[in-house]
Every structure is written in C-alpha cells, then in structure tokens.
Ligand binder design. Structure first.
Ligand SMILES: NC(=O)C1=CN([C@@H]2O[C@H](COP(=O)(O)OP(=O)(O)OC[C@H]3O[C@@H](n4cnc5c(N)ncnc54)[C@H](O)[C@@H]3O)[C@@H](O)[C@H]2O)C=CC1
Ligand SMILES: O=C(O)/C=C/C=C(\O)C(=O)O
Length: 503
C-alpha cells in the first residue's frame, strides 16, 4: 500500500525539529537545566524514524531538585495570589496556546504521529479550553459556614465553624503519549487553579509539547518553581516522582499496570493518588440504531488517533438484525482512511506512536487470527518504519479472548453479534475495565435504561469520545479512580480544612 508522503512543516518550530534536531533540557525552578546524569533520549518522528530532538533523561536527582523547587514555591506568591489574579494567569496560558497553536500543532503532530488536523483543530483547542474552564472555576473555590451542635462550649460563649479549601500541595503529574498536551492540560489546569505547584513527567516518547508549555506557563506569569518539567523514562524519573516523600499528590494517566505500580510506590508517603487508566469500552448498537450516525461514529471512536485513546470503543456489540450492515459500513469506512505521514493534510490514519506499539498491536491480532478469528479488514503493519497499522476489524472471536478483554491501544475493533439485550449488558460489563461506553439507538428510553446498567464512568448516547472541559471523565473498576475535567477534577487538588472557634 502506498502511504501519503511527508509534507514539510510550515512553522519555524516544526522546521527546527525536522531540519536541526537539538537538545531539550529540563525546566526546573524557572530555568532550563541539563540533566544531572548527563543522559539524553532521542525522540523520533514515528512515521519516518528520523530524529526530531534529544530530550533530557531526568534522574532521581533531577526529580529531587524539581520537587524541592515546587515545595519552596508553595510558600511563594502563587499560593497568596487572589483568585482574580490566578484566574487571569490561567486565561493567559489559554490565550498563548491559542496564539501559538500552529507551532504547537506541528510539534505535537511530528512528535506523536497524530494527524496535524487532529492536533490543530481538536486536541490543542481542547488544551486551551481546559485552562479557560479552570480559570473560571478559580472564583468558585469556597468552603461553607457550618452550624455545629456541640453542647460543651463554655457558658455564655458561642461556637462558630467554617470550612476552607486549600491547595493539596506539590503535585506529581505523570502523563502518557497518546494525546500529550490535552492530557497534560487536564492535570495542570486544575492543579494551578487550586494553587498547587507541579512537577510534570511527560511520556518519554512525546515530551516536546510539554516543554513548550513550560515556556508558555512562565510567560503567562506563573512564578518560578510552580511548574516544573522533568522528562525521562518511567522507570527512572517517573518512579522517583511517584515515590518521592515531598510529593503530596500523584495525578496519573496511563496503563492499569503502571497505575498499580504508582499506587505501590506512593503508599509509604500516603500521597493522594488519582488514576485515569486503561479501558475496553463497549459500543452497544440496538436494532433501531441510526446507522448513518453509528457507522462513522464508531469508526471514529476506534480508528481516530490510531485507536490510541483511553476511551476508544474497541468492542462493538451489534444486534443480529443490523450486524452485517454495520460491519460492512465500518469496513467501508476503514477502507476509505488514507494512511500517511501525519503532516500530510490528506492523512486520516496516522502511524502509531512507535514501531514497538505497532508490534504490540500486531501481537494481539496475530493471536486472534491463530485462534480462528476472521479478519474482516486490515490486520497488518505497514510502512518503512513499521509504525503504521492498517485499520482492522476482527470478528468470530469469543468475548473472553484476550483481544476482547485487554486494551490493544491500536486501530483494532472487535465485533460481537447479540440477540438479547439483557444478555448483552452482562457481556459489556464482563470486563475488568469501566472507563466508558456508548449506546446507539433511536429510543431515548432504551438508551437511558441501558446507560444506568452499564458499569462505566461515561456513557455516550449516539456518539463516542466526546470530550469537554466541563464533562468529568474517569473510570469505574480497574479503569482508575478520581476524575479529570469538570468541577470534580478541581477537588482532586484541594484539601478541606475545618476551623472551629469558641467566641
Ligand atoms: N489509557 C491510557 O490513556 C493509556 C494506556 N496505555 C496502555 O499502556 C500500554 C503500554 O504503554 P506505556 O507507554 O508502557 O504506558 P505507561 O502507563 O507505562 O506510561 C504512561 C506514563 O507513565 C510513565 N511510567 C511508566 N512506568 C512508570 C513507573 N513505574 N512509575 C511512574 N511512571 C511510570 C511513563 O513514562 C509515561 O509517562 C499501551 O499499549 C496501552 O495499552 C498507554 C498510555 C495511555
Ligand atoms: O481530544 C480530547 O479532548 C481528549 C482526548 C483524550 C484522549 O485521547 C484520551 O484520554 O485518551
């Protein structure tokens, strides 16, 4: 298959990555610093395998320095800033992301492999929107006046009590590589809004947009030490941050296995932890579904961003009356997706984040094939670097097979046929995960009843993967705990303090 070719970047930032790969240092205490251990990691364009930059490989010593800076910053001007000022700084971050969005989009697209249009028109506006939304919520941080019923106050005195919200302290934010800047914004915006200081550890494959964000955050007026970025591997920089006694809270998005490791690493410090983990989200298609909506919606939910989306609808349960029409329609959508370099404006299906990820995805599909599954379309790695994976539909495989149960994190859809709606709810819920689901039907009453029975943090009706800063997102079961986005996310970064006074 012919892949759409590389197209030269249009911004200075994009051209610099392609033409002059340089070194990207750590951002600690308001300064760019070389890693103490002197180690670097090469970051590649996943489509071509060509180097874009070297990022610093942060060590435990770098994490120590960053956490110390973040602790000092907690008693600095950021914590004392009045809400209107802090809100204005967050809004300025949003303004700067928007002003520099073309450069940021090329950085994100080249580094991560996502189509330029997805970065430019969806994810980066989404990142700016997170900062704008939490800029608004800064004004809503408030406690309550409480009327206690205690009877043991001294004669003639009164008891007055009230609650305050205070920043939780130093936040260690660890984010993955699938949607780097928006997932970073989902942690950093509410943490800043709450008055916390932050040490961010981006994914080693995709750190470039986080480093550009550090520059933006500083220019927006966030004081030094409040926002620090330590790039590096999970096993070194990530593990050091997760176990650091100076960190009050860990906010993590990534795999369930690493989520467990983070809980273990933070246990001795009893750091507060929120986890947005893996998923195996089902789409349930009823016999009366509008296929004109369901086919492109489900195709986008699994093939968009190469299926590297935590909420991707990687399992479909289609009623037998519409199964063939749905699967034919999905296969036609898959066939219409042009694979190519992420900067090519005609590319719809991008390379996966790395050749290793494509290899992992191929492992799932090959195993299903060996176990008797039908490969309706796709099924193979493509391209010079092997990072491309064709959009794939797998049928005729049981619900307990690994490909129906585990997070593949690639453009691979498993389709199951059902007859009985009650039984299909059980099948949809037969998963260790509970991140998201969708229901496709013309009957709002069926959709409403089903959505109450599905074990998932989000249930979409006649759509999938619809994100908004105001809509909280997070998992049931082993998809994690705590929430990103929405008012609920702000709570992750705030403590309650009770004041009780005899007057
Ligand atoms: N649900 C989601 O949003 C994501 C799910 N995944 C799943 O995980 C699979 C493997 O991808 P990985 O890159 O290995 O995911 P990962 O969960 O290990 O990586 C996410 C982040 O955690 C960091 N990390 C890794 N080990 C760590 C540790 N011991 N302590 C602290 N931080 C650590 C990484 O450096 C990265 O910044 C994917 O194929 C996919 O199935 C991966 C990324 C996101
Ligand atoms: O585009 C958005 O607004 C959010 C994207 C989020 C993901 O890709 C994810 O959580 O995996």
């Amino acid at each position: 298959m012919q892949l759409l070719p590389f197209v030269a970047p249009r911004t200075d930032a994009g051209r610099a990555l392609v033409e002059r790969p340089g070194d990207c240092r750590l951002f600690i205490d308001g300064e760019w610093r070389s890693p103490l251990g002197g180690e670097w990691i090469e970051t590649l364009d996943p489509a071509t395998g060509r180097p874009l930059a070297r990022i610093a490989s942060g060590s435990a010593a770098d994490v120590d320095t960053a956490v110390a800076a973040a602790r000092r910053a907690l008693s600095g001007p950021w914590a004392r800033m009045v809400p209107a000022e802090r809100s204005a700084v967050l809004a300025r971050i949003a303004d700067l992301i928007e002003a520099e969005i073309d450069a940021l989009a090329e950085i994100e697209s080249l580094d991560q492999g996502k189509p330029l249009g997805l970065a430019r028109w969806a994810e980066l506006p989404g990142a700016a929107a997170q900062f704008r939304y939490f800029a608004g919520l800064v004004h809503g941080i408030e406690g309550a006046v409480v009327a206690p019923s205690v009877t043991y106050q001294p004669e003639g005195r009164e008891v007055h009590a009230w609650t305050l919200r205070e920043p939780v302290g130093v936040v260690g934010a660890i984010v993955p590589w699938n949607s780097p800047l928006i997932l970073t914004a989902m942690k950093v915006a509410p943490a800043l809004a709450a008055g916390c200081s932050i040490v961010l550890k981006p994914a080693e494959l995709t750190s470039l947009s986080a480093l550009r964000l550090a520059d933006i955050v500083a220019r927006a007026g966030v004081p030094k030490g409040v926002f620090n970025v330590v790039t590096g591997y999970g096993a070194t920089a990530g593990a050091a941050l997760a176990s650091h006694p100076g960190v009050d809270k860990i906010a993590f998005t990534g795999s369930t296995a690493t989520g467990r490791a983070i809980v273990r690493a933070s246990a001795d410090n009893l750091a507060r932890v929120t986890l947005e983990l893996g998923g195996k989200s089902p789409a349930i298609v009823l016999p009366d579904a509008e296929l004109d909506l369901a086919i492109p919606g489900i195709a986008n939910g699994i093939f968009g961003n190469g299926g590297q989306v935590c909420v991707a609808n990687s399992r479909v349960y289609a009623h037998e009356d519409i199964f063939d029409a749905l699967v034919d329609g999905l296969a036609a959508q898959a066939a219409g997706l042009a694979l190519g370099h992420q900067l090519n404006p005609d590319t719809a299906m991008r390379p996966l984040v790395s050749a290793a990820q494509a290899e992992r995805v191929a492992g799932f599909v090959d195993e299903a094939r060996r176990d008797g599954a039908s490969i309706v379309c796709g099924g193979d790695r493509l391209g010079e670097t092997g990072a491309f994976f064709a959009p794939t539909i797998v049928a005729d495989i049981g619900g307990s097979h690994r490909i129906s149960q585990e997070e593949v994190f690639g453009p691979v859809l498993v389709v199951h046929r059902y007859r009985d709606l009650d039984a299909v709810v059980g099948q949809a819920n037969d998963s260790p995960y509970g991140l998201a689901a969708s229901v496709w039907t013309r009957s709002f009453s069926d959709a409403h009843r089903l959505s109450r029975r599905i074990e998932a943090g989000t249930v979409w009706i006649n759509t999938h993967s619809m994100f908004d800063p105001a809509l909280t997102i997070g998992g049931f079961k082993q998809s994690g705990y705590g929430r990103d986005s929405g008012r609920q996310a702000l709570d992750n970064y705030l403590e309650w303090k009770t004041i009780c006074a005899v007057v």
